[in-house]
Design a protein around this ligand. Structure first.
Ligand SMILES: NC(=O)c1ccc[n+]([C@@H]2O[C@H](COP(=O)([O-])OP(=O)(O)OC[C@H]3O[C@@H](n4cnc5c(N)ncnc54)[C@H](O)[C@@H]3O)[C@@H](O)[C@H]2O)c1
Length: 385
């Protein structure tokens, strides 16, 4: 088992435990992380059907008094109204400050459950069991919890650290190809930000990873989690350095808002965000053409079929449905959405732009014209106009 300790302050830390099959003996681990035996699992119907019964039986075996609440599947339910539904259900079940909430699911369930745990009765203990690749390598780490607002993503939230994170790479075997790709986008992001060596490893293994090769996926999760923890530990409250994790997310989040949180998923939006933000960096002379090609090439694999030839840079059909969000974008509306981004500071829009593999920088003098210019070039390049 790989155990990573995340030390937030002198007296506050939690462990991320990564092991194939850890769900089967979760009770044993959980007993060490939380004081009370009353737990409520929050999940969605799909994850419940796959892992809910198994988890409840493991918890029962180890003497936990457990309950389960389902919320509908999908980003559009990461909302204040679903949070209210959960508050109602917790009250009905007489949950109190010693009741632990267990988030069993992807990033949506993790962010929503974390938000409810942070706010119900001014906080309950929280445990994450991330079941998507994205949740395992990204959203379950670092304590960001939130719900969306129709005008801005993740805009109502907090920093709230879990008691523990239990990551079982086995559960990725039931994940759809689309969600494997989604997770890999975030992994590519972290490699661009922090590790040229890991980026190379990804280039080499991407086909096998997309085919859900068990050992490689497990290796990928361990490496990506270590890299993210490294960044989070240096800046737990996102005052500066940690903002680098948002490479691809300024444009990405704005596109998600434009799409109404439907049709375009988070990974696809971040992939487009990375491509367009790299173009802005390239136009500023911050990164080389070679760097831009590398980013394009590795991201092109993701939405395409596995047999997509790496030598060609024409986009596969699946990208067409994703591109429609860029094709018809209203520039003024996009800029307006960018002004609402949480990273912004003192009236300035903050972007994270790449320089070389392993190095990105915070830029606070982005202007509307260069964003539009990059978008227009992007459209031309991909023959979208
Ligand atoms: N808190 C953070 O730091 C942070 C970081 C990155 C992303 N996020 C958030 O994460 C969310 C996206 O997360 P996501 O990509 O995991 O999406 P998701 O939670 O919607 O999960 C994607 C799909 O996978 C299904 N699923 C989950 N586990 C499964 C399994 N093991 N087998 C089969 N299907 C499974 C879900 O039911 C869902 O249909 C966004 O809301 C994003 O804002 C948060």
């Amino acid at each position: 088992m790989k155990e990573i300790t995340v030390k937030i302050t002198e007296d506050k830390e939690y462990k991320i435990c990564i092991e194939k099959g850890i769900l089967n003996n979760l009770g044993e681990h959980l007993s060490k992380a939380i004081e009370n035996k009353r737990v409520i699992v929050i999940t969605n119907p799909l994850v419940n059907s796959l892992y809910g019964a198994k988890l409840l039986s493991v918890l029962k075996k180890d003497g936990f008094n457990s309950d389960l609440i389902e919320v509908p599947d999908g980003e559009k339910y990461k909302s204040l109204s679903t949070a209210k539904y959960l508050y109602d259900e917790l009250l009905k079940r007489k949950a109190n400050r010693t009741t632990t909430l267990i988030a069993l699911g992807g990033g949506v369930i993790g962010d929503l459950t974390g938000f409810v745990a942070a706010t119900y009765m001014r906080s309950l203990p929280l445990v994450h069991i991330p079941t998507t690749l994205l949740a395992q390598v990204d959203s379950s780490i670092g304590g960001k919890v939130a719900v969306d607002h129709p005008l801005a993503k993740n805009i109502i939230g907090s920093f709230y650290q879990p008691k523990a994170v239990y990551t079982d790479p086995e559960v990725l075997q039931t994940l759809s190809d689309k969600d494997i790709k989604n997770g890999i986008v975030e992994v590519i992001k972290i490699a661009v930000i922090k590790s040229p060596v890991f980026f190379k490893w990804l280039e080499k293994n991407i086909d096998q990873l997309l085919k859900k090769h068990k050992d490689l996926l497990c290796e990928l999760v361990k490496e990506a989690v270590s890299l993210k923890v490294d960044i989070v530990l240096k800046d737990p409250w996102e005052r500066g350095l940690r903002k680098v994790l948002n490479f691809g997310h300024s444009i990405g989040h704005a596109l998600e808002v434009e799409a109404g949180y439907q049709g375009l998923n988070h990974g696809e939006a971040v992939a487009l965000g990375m491509l367009i933000e790299t173009k802005i960096a390239r136009n500023r002379g911050m990164c080389s053409e070679d760097f831009e090609e590398k980013i394009k090439r590795i991201l092109l694999f993701l939405p395409s079929s596995l047999s997509f030839p790496s030598s060609s840079l024409s986009f596969p059909r699946k990208w067409e449905s994703i591109f429609k969000y860029i094709k018809n974008i209203d520039h003024n509306q996009l800029w307006e959405t960018l002004t609402l981004d949480k990273k912004n500071s003192q009236g300035k829009i903050i972007f994270i732009l790449p320089k070389v593999l392993g190095k990105v920088v915070l830029i606070d003098d982005i202007n509307k014209e260069e964003v539009i210019e990059a978008l227009e070039e992007f459209k031309k390049e991909w023959k979208l106009c």
